[in-house]
Ligand binder design. Sequence first.
Ligand code: DGL
Length: 277
Amino acid sequence: MHNKRQMKIGVFDSGYGGLTILKAICRLLPQYSYVYLGDNARTPYGTRSYEVVYNYTLQCVRQLFELDCRLVIIACNTASAKALRTIQQNDLPRIAPERRVLGVVRPTAEIIGELTKSGTVGILGTVGTIQSNSYDIEIKKLFPDVDVVSQACPMWVPLIENNEHKSEGASYFIKKDIDKLLDKNSSIDTIILGCTHYPLVEEQVRRFVPNGINMVTQGKIIADSLKDYLARHPEQEQYCSKGGSVEFYTTESEQKFSEYASIFWQEPIEAKTVFLN
Ligand code: DGL
């Protein structure tokens, strides 16, 4: 049994992308204690099957529970789209009924109605996120009149994970996918970067998106939604430590993670390796 105010908030991604979410969360809610887990050994998840993404995500959620997390944010659209519901409905009641796992698709969908004037929204994401239709489904539930146009960007995450996202080669793929999205519908006035890795290519994306189209990244949205969640759920919040610490774990080499993640995090970090079982 845990005493109140001793547990942490876990943030999980297949790789480095979730750091963009954690950064925004720490900016808004610096008082809590966080644990980040990147499954760098098995990234990317974007092209993997439901079964594989579900199994990997569940293992990572269990690991974060082992590390004393009361709440886990799946800061990965692919895993939120493919694994979150099953984990919430089938696994949590069995493995940790008192803890919670939250995702990033629903909170992003919730603000779409406020952002689009034309009523047509573009979604860029991994193959897994786009094929799952999760954004279409969630947005339609909340805003039935909004049209959703999607485009998968299979090369973006591998380019980012390999630190090649600022290269000329990367610009080729970024432009190609944006052009494909915009060619599908000329009324798009809002584009969601529906992958937590994409803030790293935000500048390049802006070069190819016409002025006047709103580009939405998820960090602030997820941070606001967590703040709201904690205010509405004191029975969870009361378990969250106010130690203001951040720990980093990776399933890959800790040196490699620390070096590369420091670029995303904009200050030096020291990660530890965990082996999942
Ligand atoms: N960062 C993850 C997302 O938001 C995707 C990464 C991957 O393909 O592993 O979808």
